[in-house]
Design a protein around this ligand. Structure first.
Ligand code: GDP
Ligand code: GDP
Length: 445
């Protein structure tokens, strides 16, 4: 499980500037090839060979108005700190200590996590000492001067952050072939109810394995000869009391679960409909290569056809970029259609693992050329030389073309749609890469 480094602090202190600098462009490149709209709050980062996830809590607030619960910056910071392995608390050196900083600091003191107090916007190293002293009053140890903007102080910071991460330790998996399934969704959507329903109705639980990596507890279930690993984080099984309803939890826990899963089950509260937050979580799953099954839970609460149609409208609206996701109307309460989940999970996992033959891909490319739609920029015209599948889980295809830079998001989507018409990718994201190949060059060069 990748460790999480959370960046907290009040608005405008420079959190996202810092996160962008620490995650750097490599993050952007990785995601570009996946062609999905990404959530800017979560970034893959690595330093000296250690991978971790950087979370910009600034991107998560303010909470959206369609949320029943709202939380102050302090509460968000607390939720973030509790879920994180290392906390970076950013303050603004050009402003000095504010009341809000003090309030966040008091709270952070109670969370026993490795913490770095970063005094940002100290752009002039010669003068930084004079601005630093007042931040000792926060009682969080030595403040460190940085300039997120110019980058000074950030290399040393990364060295120390990485040193403070927990030891890398992978749990041994009793059934490595088991398919990883994560149950994700907003607070109150019905994740725990579903989890319990699955476990309660099922006599084929193979084992509960208490993970040594902090809060992960996986449950292995066997059905019709196939094994599934229900990826759990404390979020489902053991509810934390105080800040359970802070949206942040469901995001970070969802993220952790997604990282260890093949198929994500997104539980949506049908009495509310699919929300922007649901859409974000769905995007996280897609971005990270999970197959996606949307479970429209609490279907029993919908009184009439009109109410049911309204829910489906929200799904259509929120999933325009991933209309291929599978969905199922369920009730974790009554058990309606809960049994059918496995069939969808299997199908999505199968499309995600499939390998197309070269001849099928060549045929696809021929048809694509015959159709004639391509990108032209002045004298340059995009030409596709060949395509090959370069990965599975999710299926990844590399197109060798003359001018990769001509491929814009619209054309990328066009190709993806064509592929989805031709092949069955229901339930799974696919990834398209475009690489340069000069005429006369051979495959693999
Ligand atoms: P956030 O709300 O905490 O994420 O803050 P942002 O990263 O959006 O930064 C807020 C403003 O501070 C922006 O205008 C940044 O350009 C500016 N800023 C961020 N870091 C620095 C820095 O190191 N020096 C200076 N002078 N400005 C900075
Ligand atoms: P979680 O926060 O996502 O784990 O959600 P819970 O499983 O704790 O469910 C939140 C509330 O919704 C609880 O009061 C459940 O009893 C209720 N609930 C869950 N699933 C259903 C359902 O299918 N129908 C109805 N009517 N209520 C449900």
């Amino acid at each position: 499980m990748k460790p999480i480094v959370a960046v907290v602090g009040r608005p405008n202190v420079g959190k996202s500037t810092l996160v962008n600098r620490l995650a750097r462009t490599q993050d952007a490149i990785v995601h570009e090839s996946r062609g999905v709209t990404r959530d800017r709050s979560y970034h893959d980062a690595d330093w000296n060979g250690r991978d971790f996830i950087l979370v910009d809590t600034g991107g998560i607030e303010p909470l959206k108005s369609d949320d029943v619960f709202s939380a102050s910056i302090r509460d968000q910071a607390l939720a973030a700190a509790e879920e994180a392995d290392v906390v970076l608390f950013v303050v603004d050196g050009s402003v000095g200590v504010t009341e809000e900083d003090e309030s966040v600091a008091r709270m952070l003191k109670r969370v026993k996590k490795p913490l770095f107090l970063l005094v940002n916007k100290l752009d002039n190293p010669d003068r930084e000492q004079e601005r630093l002293w007042e931040f000792y009053s926060l009682g969080l140890g030595d403040p460190r001067p940085i300039s997120a903007h110019h980058g000074h102080g950030t290399g040393d910071l990364l060295d120390e952050v990485v040193a403070a991460l927990p030891d890398e330790q992978e749990d041994e998996e009793p059934y490595p072939e088991a398919l990883g399934v994560a149950i994700i969704g907003r607070p109150n959507a019905g994740k725990s109810s579903l989890f319990n329903k699955i476990l309660g109705s099922d006599r084929s639980i193979v084992s509960n394995v208490a993970g040594t990596t902090r809060d992960a507890i996986d449950t292995y279930v066997e059905r019709g000869g196939a094994r599934y690993r229900l990826v759990d984080t404390a979020g489902i099984r053991k509810k934390s009391t105080v800040y359970e309803n802070v949206e942040y939890y469901s995001m970070v826990r969802g993220l952790r679960a997604i990282d260890r899963a093949d198929v994500a089950l997104l539980v949506v509260d049908s009495s509310i409909g699919m929300t922007e937050q649901d859409q974000k979580v769905a995007n996280l799953a897609i971005e990270r290569g999970c197959a996606l099954v949307i479970l429209l839970n609490k279907w029993d609460l919908l009184a009439d056809d009109e109410a049911r149609a309204k829910v489906m409208e929200t799904v259509d609206r929120r999933m325009t970029l991933a209309p291929w996701a599978r969905y199922l109307r369920i009730s974790a309460l009554t058990g309606r259609s809960v049994e059918k989940i496995w069939d969808l999970v299997d199908k999505a996992a199968a499309t995600r693992a499939q390998k197309l033959t070269t001849s099928a891909l060549n045929k696809f490319l021929t048809e694509l050329r015959e159709f004639g739609h391509t990108v032209v920029d002045g004298k340059r015209r995009l030409r596709m030389h060949y395509v090959t599948q370069t990965g599975v889980n999710p299926p990844t295809f590399t197109f060798f073309v003359n001018h990769p830079d001509l491929v814009d998001p619209t054309y990328r989507r066009y190709i993806e749609n064509r592929m989805r018409e031709k092949f069955d990718f229901a339930g799974t994201p696919i990834r398209l890469k475009f690489q340069r190949k000069n005429d006369g060059q051979k495959a693999g060069e």
